[in-house]
Design a protein around this ligand. Structure first.
Ligand SMILES: [Zn+2]
Ligand SMILES: [Zn+2]
Length: 179
């Protein structure tokens, strides 16, 4: 099996710098090789015309079917995401599954250089958080842990970019079993 594949599946053009910062961060934290894959298709079937948002469950299934050889696949997008019970989500992953998705849609604090930095930082955290779920990690109550719940950007901003010691141990364990 290949390692972790990261691909852009957004509506607008991919921002190379943003994708690279996510790739470097998750690669360093998860200590796996991350390959940036080109994805020419878009998960059109995940569009919900009534809600005018994309349903993450369908995006995850689509990602899995598009990247059958990847151990894990992370889709990065700029469209607004939802799961049926919530108004919106920043991202989602199947617990212990192969696919994860994260969107910039609700992470951007506006325009300008500072906004770009904040967006990149939030996206790195949420990407690692969702991949953590894909590796079987659940939400963590330890202060500053990236696996902490983040219903809003305030919670994202107040947590750190990495796993706490407990989550790190669980992750190492999960990785050992995956090999
Ligand atoms: Zn979560
Ligand atoms: Zn933790």
């Amino acid at each position: 099996m290949e390692g972790l594949v990261l691909c852009w599946i957004g509506e607008r053009e991919a921002q190379a710098g943003l994708i690279e910062t996510v790739r470097a961060h998750v690669g360093a934290e998860l200590r796996v090789a991350v390959e940036t894959g080109f994805e020419p298709e878009r998960p059109g079937e995940a569009w919900d015309a009534r809600r005018r948002q994309y349903e993450t469950g369908r995006i995850l299934k689509w990602l899995e079917s598009r990247h059958v050889g990847a151990a894990k696949v992370l889709g990065l997008t700029d469209v607004d995401l939802f799961i049926p019970i919530l108004t919106f989500v920043f991202g989602e992953a199947q617990l212990g599954g192969r696919a994860a998705v994260v969107s910039t849609a609700r992470l951007a604090p506006g325009n300008g250089a500072r906004a770009e930095r904040v967006l990149a930082e939030r996206l790195r955290k949420e990407a690692l958080h969702e991949l953590g779920h894909a590796y079987g990690l659940v939400h963590c109550g330890n202060l500053g842990c990236v696996m902490g719940r983040s219903p809003g950007v305030t919670e994202i901003d107040s947590k750190g970019p990495s796993f706490c010691m407990d989550c790190r141990l669980l992750y190492d364990e999960a990785l050992r079993h995956a090999r």
